[in-house]
Ligand binder design. Structure first.
Ligand code: PNS
Length: 163
C-alpha cells in the first residue's frame, strides 16, 4: 500500500485543499488527511467539525482517511508507516517556509515531502482569507465545497448573534 499524508489546519477545508487531496488520492493507494491540533489557536471550527466536513467532501474519492493529531507531523507518519507528505505550493512565497519544514521533517525521520503546484484558480486562497471575507458578508461560495460554505455562513451568523 502506498500511503501519503496531506497535513494542515483545515479551518475549514477549501477548494484549494480539496484539489490537492484529490490529486494525491490519484497518486497514492491511501491518503491520510491529518488535521493538526494547534493548542495556541482558537479555530472557527472544532477539530471534530473539521474532520466531519473533510470526510463529507472527500467521501467520493474512496481512499481518504481523516484523522486528527496533536504533536509532530513526523510522529503521525511514523506511527502509521507513512513515507510521504504531500503539500500544495500556492506561490513562491510559500516555498521558503515549506522547504524549511521539509528539510526539518526529513532530518527527523527521513520522511519525504512532495510539493504539488496548487491549481492557478486557487493560488490566492487561504482559510484565513475566506473566513475574513465571509465574516464581512463577502461571497466565498465559489471557493468552498457547498457543505462547507453553508456551515461557515451558519457559524458566522451564530457568532454574530452571540455578540
Ligand atoms: O494549514 P497550515 O496551518 O498551514 O498547516 C501547517 C501544518 C499544520 C502542516 C504544520 O504547522 C505542521 O506540520 N504542524 C505539526 C507540528 C510539527 O510537526 N511541527 C514541525 C514542522 S517542521
Amino acid at each position: 500500500m502506498r500511503r501519503a499524508v496531506c497535513p494542515g489546519s483545515f479551518d475549514p477545508i477549501h477548494n484549494g485543499h480539496l484539489d490537492i487531496i484529490e490529486r494525491a488520492s490519484k497518486l497514492y493507494d491511501v491518503v491520510h488527511v491529518a488535521v493538526l491540533v494547534n493548542r495556541n489557536k482558537q479555530g472557527m471550527f472544532t477539530i471534530d467539525e473539521r474532520i466531519g466536513l473533510i470526510e463529507e467532501v472527500t467521501a467520493d474519492f474512496g481512499n481518504v482517511v481523516v484523522e486528527s493529531h496533536q504533536g509532530l507531523l513526523v510522529d503521525f507518519c511514523r506511527e502509521r508507516g507513512i513515507p510521504a507528505i504531500v503539500k500544495g505550493l500556492r506561490a513562491v512565497s510559500d516555498f521558503d517556509y515549506e522547504l524549511q519544514m521539509a528539510h526539518m521533517n526529513n532530518g527527523l525521520t527521513a520522511v519525504e515531502t512532495l510539493f504539488l503546484p496548487t491549481s492557478p484558480t486557487y493560488s490566492f486562497l487561504s482559510s484565513t482569507l475566506v473566513k475574513e471575507v465571509a465574516s464581512y458578508g463577502g461571497d466565498v461560495s465559489h471557493l468552498l465545497p457547498e457543505a462547507v460554505h453553508s456551515r461557515l455562513v451558519e457559524r458566522i451568523a451564530e457568532r454574530k448573534a452571540a455578540q
